[in-house]
Design a protein around this ligand. Structure first.
Ligand SMILES: C[C@](O)(CO)[C@H](O)COP(=O)(O)OP(=O)(O)OC[C@H]1O[C@@H](n2ccc(N)nc2=O)[C@H](O)[C@@H]1O
Ligand SMILES: Nc1ncnc2c1ncn2[C@@H]1O[C@H](COP(=O)(O)OP(=O)(O)OP(=O)(O)O)[C@@H](O)[C@H]1O
Length: 287
């Protein structure tokens, strides 16, 4: 078996996000629809039997290596394995903006868990990997499981669904948003009635909303302006707690036309929504 693999670490969108309650520990209970994008970071994992431990080949700007979710995931997996394992060097090619609501850090953690389970031949089950992942972040389990899903609890109770694989214009307004700050805002809607979603959800997610949107629009005028601009062309939403927003289109060409006309100074990308994670597609090819 090869001792090096390059694996995708895709973005997710919250096609809708409802806040339906609050747990005793202060965490908010959500109902959300997760879909992956065929766009994201790449991780190259290389075993280094001569050098134990997990390390990054290059640091991520603004994140200490020991705090990086990639390193935390590798260390958590090694602890669970409970045996001496070859070291690993991880190269992270970052494309996803941090604090964007695209789940970049969580996805990096999931790709590390799934990739090292393969390279270290640990044979841990998906349930075990999702459980290790949940301790690192609420969005990690959906990336570990690799199927678009209706998420409940804090996003760890997942029912696989198959929404349409539409195209998206994803825009990153010029601000970074701290998830904890949004969840602690007084004006946040926290009592949206629970909805029932059939396991084979294939409906129109834009019938539902993102409960963080009003608060984020008030606090971040850049997001407010970008949402108003994108909403002219079709359904537009915030993902997670922002700052990224997305507009949904039936074809790539329709999405690209809007992308080309975006206001100057805004970054982002065009990508397709996919119900099987690119990570899992790649692993199936490898196996
Ligand atoms: C908003 C989502 O992106 C939706 O997919 C996720 O629920 C965010 O999950 P996450 O990135 O793992 O969130 P964290 O960065 O751990 O959360 C930061 C802080 O936000 C608050 N928080 C987060 C998630 C949640 N369901 N309820 C909360 O109240 C908590 O105070 C937490 O300490
Ligand atoms: N490998 C990593 N990539 C990105 N952020 C990381 C990583 N490791 C740790 N972090 C920390 O996690 C924070 C959140 O980053 P992330 O990219 O996951 O945000 P997000 O897209 O808003 O996620 P979510 O949608 O889960 O809220 C960053 O500000 C950074 O401090």
């Amino acid at each position: 078996m090869s001792t090096t693999i390059t694996l995708p670490s895709p973005a997710k969108l919250n096609l809708f996000l409802h806040i339906v309650g609050r747990r005793a520990d202060g965490y908010h209970e959500l109902q959300t629809l997760f879909q992956f994008l065929n766009y994201g970071d790449d991780l190259t994992l290389t075993l280094t039997p001569e050098q134990p431990g997990a390390r990054l080949s290059e640091p991520v700007t603004g994140v200490a290596d020991d705090d990086n979710l990639v390193i935390r995931a590798a260390n958590a997996l090694a602890r669970r394995a409970g045996k001496t394992l070859p070291g690993v060097t991880i190269n992270l090619q970052k494309r996803l903006p941090m604090g964007g609501g695209l789940g970049g850090g969580s996805s990096n953690a999931a790709t590390t868990l799934v990739g090292l389970n393969h390279l270290w031949r640990l044979n841990l089950s998906t349930d075990e990997l999702a459980d290790i992942g949940l301790a690192l972040g609420a969005d990690v389990p959906v990336f570990v499981r690799g199927h678009a899903a209706f998420g409940e609890g804090v996003g760890e109770q997942l029912t696989p669904v198959t929404p349409p694989e539409d195209w998206f214009v994803v825009l990153k307004p010029e601000c970074s948003i701290n998830t904890g700050k949004i969840f602690s805002e007084e004006g946040l809607t926290r009592n949206t009635p629970r909805i029932k979603i059939a396991p084979a959800f294939e409906g129109d997610a834009s019938r539902y909303r993102n409960d963080c949107e009003d608060v984020v629009r008030k606090l971040y005028p850049e997001v407010n302006r970008s949402l108003d601009w994108l909403a002219q062309f079709g359904p537009a939403r915030l993902t997670g707690t922002g700052a990224c927003i997305f507009g949904r289109f039936p074809t790539e060409s329709a999405a690209r036309i809007i992308w080309e006309s975006k206001p100057s100074g805004i970054t982002g990308f065009v990508a397709q929504g996919v119900n099987i994670s690119p990570l899992h597609k790649k692993l199936t090819e490898l196996n």
